[in-house]
Design a protein around this ligand. Structure first.
Ligand code: TYD
Length: 219
């Protein structure tokens, strides 16, 4: 089963993804946790170019192709082999981020994005996408307080509030178009409440644990 997590910056996604993977592993599922951009050595190098403050002048089309290159490598090197072994893959962002950020956020043509995405993934689609929904005003507040505790600030965090509003609206449109794949969760609540809603959603959809597969894998 291939599960992706999506959300605007500061939705608490990375914390929730980590906790979810731990719980599922403790229950005996073979879980591989990975993230975009990155997740492979080549992808991590691309990530540095994409998110580095040195890349201020990057054109949205160049940005799209770099995200897609990182994704192509991740799909072939990591995701498909683990799925073929019968494991669960959890990915912190996948192609819906491209539609939301480069498409709805930057205004790139969605038909072009779909074609490039299909090329990059070879047609791989998540079985379930968990969307952590929070208003950009609230998540910005979170990001600022995490910075005070030593959190990171990247180039894409620097985008204006209006951009983040378009991204969120884009996610709503994507979720409405594929209601069977998407589950939206209100992320403006305490971490533990959001986590238990994620787990109850997953419990309804996960296959039974395969005893011969039970084990722990990390990416
Ligand atoms: P990251 O530090 O991983 O942020 P987060 O914890 O919010 O996932 O940075 C990823 C940034 O890249 C984030 O701002 C979203 C953006 N992004 C895109 O614009 N397009 C994409 O296709 C992907 C995968 C990410």
């Amino acid at each position: 089963m291939f599960i992706t997590f999506e959300g605007t910056d500061g939705s608490g996604k990375t914390t929730q993804v980590g906790q979810t993977a731990e719980v599922l592993r403790a229950r005996g599922y073979q879980v591989l946790l990975t993230r975009e951009p990155g997740g492979t050595s080549i992808g991590d190098q691309i990530r540095q170019v994409l998110l580095g403050m040195k890349s201020q002048g990057m054109h949205p089309r160049a940005e799209l192709l770099l995200f897609s290159a990182s994704r192509a490598q991740l799909v072939e090197e990591v995701i498909r082999p683990h799925l073929a072994d019968g494991g669960i893959v959890i990915c912190d962002r996948f192609y819906d981020s491209t539609y939301a950020y480069q498409g709805y956020g930057h205004g790139l043509d969605l038909t072009d994005l779909r074609a490039i995405t299909h090329f990059a993934t070879g047609g791989l689609t998540p079985d379930l996408t968990v969307f952590l929904d929070i208003a950009p005003e609230d998540s910005l507040q979170r990001r600022l307080s995490s910075l005070e505790k030593g959190g990171e600030w990247n180039r894409l965090d620097d985008m204006a509030l209006a951009f983040h509003r378009r991204v969120r609206q884009g996610y709503h449109t994507l979720a409405a178009a594929e209601p069977k794949r998407w589950v939206s969760i209100n992320a403006a609540r305490p971490i533990s409440e959001v986590q238990s809603e994620i787990l109850s959603t997953l419990e309804r959809r996960l296959p039974p644990v395969r005893q011969e597969m039970a084990g722990v894998t990390s990416a």
